[in-house]
Design a protein around this ligand. Sequence first.
Ligand code: FEO
Length: 425
Amino acid sequence: MNSVRLVDEEGVPQAVALSERVHWVGALDPNLRTFDIILKTANGTSYNAYVVRGSEGVAVIDTVKEGFASDFFARLECVADYAEIKVIVLNHLEPDHTGALPELMKRAPQAQLFISQKAQSMLKGLLKQDELSFTPVVTGDKVSLGDRSLEFLHTPYLHWPDTQCTYAPEEAMLFSGDVFGCHFCDNRLYNDKVGDFRFSFEYYYAHIMRPFKEYVVRALELIEPLPLKLIAPTHGPILRDRPQHYIQRYRQLSTPALHNELRPNQKTLLIFYISSYGNTRRMAEAIYQGAMQVEDVRVSLYDLEGGEVAPFVDLIEEADGLVLGTPTINGDAVKPIWDLLSSLTVVNLKNKLGGVFGSYGWTGEGVRLVEDRLRGLKLRVPIQGLRVKLIPTDDEIIECKAFGLELAQELTGVRESRVINFADL
Ligand code: FEO
């Protein structure tokens, strides 16, 4: 029998026991197709919330999106009286998990609210109440429910800065918030019962967690030593079958995707270009030649017209420097450049070296616009972009080589930083 009883004969939502003391009291949203504007889901999602019962009180861990509050409260009432609720834990304050919070606080005014340190200002912004009582917690803080307890692990940026996980040691369960979650809706709830959700798990990681890999690694260092029977995320299947498998997968996904062939101290510089009449390409080739003069930099040159964006994103994620060459058409950089840049929001580019160049016919705004975008993506762009009107002259080709050399030297620390006059940009 694969089904899990989520409603009774009359259709009233029912809580689901994960153990004698722990219940799922969440809600299913099978009709959702787009989450947070950027994420697709082919069969909806779930907003998972949980109740832990100890000998001295009850804890509610996370709530649900506002429109699903009635399911949440109906399930909660199956397993606890509001007067018994001693603790409310919010692992993450995004509205899909806090929609029912204001009403829960009204129904259980005695409950103490536990949030991460970084969640404090968000909570005030969310509830718009001057008088708010809550307890900020950090990794290692604990709260007792008598014969059950909860321990907090601060896991920032997974998926907001406020994120934490909550561990119930006596149950060996981790309430992981968005971590290990996915947008997948299946009323069989458990990972060993639901349909094939591997794609959703990987897709969720790629869009939500990947930009914050370094924080994933830090979170795994807290999670990996924990004895675990079950991982209870806020979205998607509850991971009771081989929970360690999902932890290991996060570890794999957070380590570099490409085999590292570099020598110690060697840096990587990627030059991408697109060219309509070959002029931006001539510039790219000269920049490439100039950069190759620096021994400890592995320089690569790619025509965007000849590749797919996804493998380029993998390359860029692990590169030290990114140089883009674009013509200007109708006062803008061209679409393949913008397509590549829009795909880079899933990787961390902070402090990578950026550079831009391009040939133009009339006004040449493309280079400046792309420079601005690189800065917006948190790359450092220390050398002003190089523009050439139409066909590069021999002198301009020499200038391109010097530009490439400077960029490569910047990577190795040989080049002295120079002050950019932003009025010139
Ligand atoms: Fe499920 Fe980031 O909220």
